[in-house]
Write a protein of this length. Sequence first.
Length: 204
Amino acid sequence: MSYLTSLVNKETITPLLKPGQFVRIEPYHQYGFFQLPRSTTPEILPPVRVNLATPFTTSMSAAVDTGQTSPISTKVTALDVQDLTLAQYKLVALDEGVRFEVYQPNTVARFANRNGPISFDAGTTKYFLSSGLYSCLPEIFLFADKTPPTVKAYSIDLDQPQFYARFAAFGFKYPLEFKEMPLDKETKQPLEPIALTVKVGERT
């Protein structure tokens, strides 16, 4: 048996950015290059629970076997962090009978293939979490309060309506400082090594 040893496949969830390293935040024309100062360290983000439904007022009808029902669509600001802070979140669905889609920006699916958005639900994410398969969990990056995602919740329960549509988000946050990165005159590539490049979506 071979064991994967990359940062995203360790037995414990490990920060991707270390003190002194640089990160490029896309779209570049809006954000640019930043550094995690050597005087700071990544900070743990304890689990945050987000409920897209409200019991008995904003519920989801039971799913139908003839097609997809209308989702609850919510712009989630509960995951915002301070200015000049990058947040790295892993997502876990908590309620059975609900599947989620993440859009970042609001009109573009964060997880997608050629056939459309990729969803996640409790059946998969709870297994990944309990098995230590952290790299399989959906992951999003947010920058300060400028890039909140929109999350859609769909009922997949054919028997009864859903009054809760909850997911949990946890991970790390990185307090950053802006850096003017020197570029190679010919290739226009950074002269300093970039430890991490993330896309946080267009500002809306």
